[in-house]
Design a protein around this ligand. Structure first.
Ligand code: ZN
Length: 361
């Protein structure tokens, strides 16, 4: 009798454990892909590399070439008002000035000549933030396993007080703040593999130990001198800013090695509850701006490594946000490799921690 009662207790406990494990239902085949035609209306003028064609190439490619994995293509959630969240990262004066400049149909903000704008740019930039917040909601609540926000304008150079380097609002940074304040996520890691250093994101979180910023980038390069390995954070944020400068021409192997060593170590130390990827595709060999010479396939490999590291932490909460990428090949084949790895239902396992130094795959 006693044994029967003990057995019942064990079965009950096992059932409870299973129930708790299943409490956050996640569709294992669901990668959310968030897009909006408004992003095409951010007009940067003829011949400018950051153009609406980037998203047209991607959209046409996804329509024409089935990925072999399932994406849920969706629009930003109209019930989210991004504006109060933008104001948590950017100065009110800058936000108002950008809005006014767009209403006045200015071609540039006076102090941001490298960030062209047009009449609809403010609206597109607000909606881009809406898209990344939609992605955060979908991933954190388990309605999607992970998400990719196909947005423009990009965001990782945007400073609290101004536009910079094609970027108007810090999409990834705002997503991190939103995840923390709306959803109670404590530790967010932002992984930035754009060819350029994400100096805006670094600036926003430089003294913040709750957001770990990890960036691989060509160095020296725009926006140098930002991006040096010695810049590791300040105050309470000391040690929570990790720059991995890469030499021009260093190719796939250098970044794969950086992910297997420096990223893996930081990931296991920081134990992020949410990962945001600042996914630029301008380190691709076909890119007209960058010279790192990465293949299309490396974007899938990097994605699998991030997924495996997240899985070690017991989750796969990954929100990926489009940054740069100015060639048709990178915006189609590179992004497709990233999406296929995000949506792969049977990703390869990451090597155990003690084998991490064995090198890339
Ligand atoms: Zn870039």
């Amino acid at each position: 009798m006693r044994e029967q009662r003990l057995l019942a207790l064990v079965v009950w406990a096992a059932t409870l454990t299973m129930t708790c494990t299943m409490a956050a239902p996640v569709n294992p085949t669901n990668t959310a892909f968030i897009e909006d035609p408004l992003f095409l209306e951010h007009d940067t003028g003829p011949g400018f590399p950051e153009s609406a064609d980037r998203l047209r190439w991607l959209s046409a490619h996804l329509d024409a070439v089935p990925l072999g994995v399932k994406l849920t293509r969706m629009a930003p959630d109209p019930d989210i008002d991004p504006r109060p969240w933008i104001a948590k990262v950017h100065d009110a004066d800058y936000i108002a000035a950008l809005r006014a400049a767009c209403e006045d149909e200015k071609e540039f903000m006076a102090d941001s000549p490298d960030s062209p704008i047009s009449r609809r740019s403010y609206d597109a930039a607000v909606q881009a933030v809406g898209a990344v917040l939609t992605a955060v909601d979908a991933v954190v609540t388990g309605r999607a396993r992970n998400a990719f926000a196909a947005v423009r304008p990009p965001g990782h150079h945007a400073m609290p007080d101004g536009a910079k380097g094609f970027c108007l609002f810090g999409n990834a940074a705002i997503a991190a703040r939103y995840a923390q304040e709306k959803h109670g996520i404590k530790r967010v890691m932002i992984i930035d593999w754009d060819v350029h250093h994400g100096d805006g994101t670094q600036e926003i979180f430089y003294d913040d130990p709750t957001v770990l910023f990890f960036s691989t980038h060509q160095y020296p390069f725009y926006p140098g001198p930002s991006g040096a390995a010695e810049n590791t954070g300040a105050g309470d944020g000391q040690g929570f800013n990790l720059n991995v400068p890469l030499a021009a021409g260093s190719g796939d192997l250098a970044v794969l090695e950086a992910f297997d060593t420096q990223l893996a170590e930081a990931f296991r130390r920081f134990r992020p509850e949410l990962v945001i990827i600042s996914a630029g595709f301008d380190a691709h060999g076909a890119d007209p701006l960058g010279q790192l010479g990465w293949s299309s396939e490396v974007y899938g490999k990097l994605t699998h490594k991030v997924r495996a590291l997240a899985r070690e932490q017991g989750h796969e909460r990954i929100v990926s946000v489009l940054e740069g990428g100015y060639s048709k090949e990178a915006m189609t084949r590179g992004v497709a490799a990233h999406l296929e790895a995000l949506a792969d239902v049977t990703p390869p396992a990451h090597p155990p921690a003690n084998a991490a130094r064995a090198g890339g795959d």
